[in-house]
Design a protein around this ligand. Sequence first.
Ligand SMILES: [Zn+2]
Ligand SMILES: [Zn+2]
Length: 309
Amino acid sequence: MNEPASNDTPPTTMPVCWWHPGRQTGLSCTRCGRAACPDCLREASVGYQCVDCVRAGREAQRRAHPRTVAGATLAPRPVVTPVLIAVNVLLYVVTVAQARSPLDNERATLFGDWVLWPRAIAGADQWWRLVTAGFLHYGPVHLAVNMFALWVLGRDMEAQLGRVRFIAVYLVSLLGGAVSVYLFDDSNRGTAGASGAIYGLLGGILVVVLRLRLNPTAAIGLIVLNLIISVTIPNISLLGHVGGLVVGAAVTAAMVFAPARGRVVWQAAAVVVLAAACVALVLYRDSQLASVACDYQGGELLCTTPSGA
Ligand SMILES: [Zn+2]
Ligand SMILES: [Zn+2]
């Protein structure tokens, strides 16, 4: 390729492969120009590149797109966090419209159908309440407090985890909080709010801070402050918070401590195992509340239990 073939030139003057001195070749790398045999060349976007140049190109690409401790590429701005906030606000608006009251929006039919009411889950198999209640809020203050926390914590967590892992941590934490309420709370009381998921993000932030060896004082302070708020404000479920906190910390630990090799498999397995544990606990509580009987009377669900569980 470099030298025109001529009748006087014996074939031995052809260049040899840089990696295989015994092999003559007429080919060369389009990037570095070194002679290379077909075994040492890879097809590139333009021409063929030698194995060294291909490796160097991959390395440069990796440096240009650094990854976080969870294996996520750095995203310029949050997407999932504002979408979650929009969904919560939209559902609040729907309940306000139905109830015709911004404060007593729990009277809305959507609220009645979606709130975490343990007896309706056990007696009428309305299991969706374990998830949907996490998107409802009692009045504007409850909504505003949770959405502010979601904005602050969600942006940091989404940046560290990436979109898909972040939504997984959010939903598993939400489920963990709901299952904890279902297991331990008064079976005839309704619970709602994104707090379980938000506490999951709080626990997750603490884990990320520890993983990155940052000073954990601010994260611990944020958790203690929020636990104090949840004890002092009435109608807020401490159980849901603790359940979300524990599950959120556990799933985030799996995200940021998973080995780089097979990382996605470890991360997905952690989500599946935690979700399966939540389902197992729901089935266990179902058996405890087996005596609950529900019936629609005049369009309204009534649930009673002979034992008063
Ligand atoms: Zn090359
Ligand atoms: Zn070669």
